[in-house]
Design a protein around this ligand. Structure first.
Ligand code: ZN
Ligand code: ZN
Length: 116
């Protein structure tokens, strides 16, 4: 065991191994959005935020190989865990779906007729 990192030429050792199978090097990161930045919270770091000019959301970023990544569209890959969540998220229970439809209809009606 040599202790010098970065000089390892062992093919079984990757700098950035896949977090799912640990067998292949990671080639992509999970794009699932796990949180949005609340600007209010970042006021004190505002200048830094502006300097970085980064995205205002945070993604999962689990490193994955081609085999383990779940591609859900152009340049969008989810880790298996978030892929499952994503599929569940699309199918909400019947009860909630009814409530959802009711509110959407209400909003549409208000938009159509306008509120004084
Ligand atoms: Zn993998
Ligand atoms: Zn993920």
């Amino acid at each position: 065991m040599e202790g010098s990192k970065g000089k390892v030429n062992d093919p079984d050792t990757f700098k950035n191994p896949c977090a799912i199978c640990h067998k292949r090097p990671a080639t992509r990161y999970c794009d699932y959005i796990i949180g949005y930045s609340d600007l209010q919270m970042f006021i004190r770091d505002f200048q830094q935020l502006r300097a970085n000019n980064g995205p205002d959301y945070e993604t999962c970023d689990v490193p994955m190989c081609d085999e383990c990544a779940k591609n859900i569209g152009r340049e969008m890959d989810f880790c298996p865990y978030h892929f499952e969540l994503y599929q569940k998220a699309k199918e909400i229970p019947e009860e909630l779906r009814k409530a959802q439809a009711r509110v959407k209809m209400q909003i549409n009606t208000e938009l159509l007729h306008g509120s004084d």
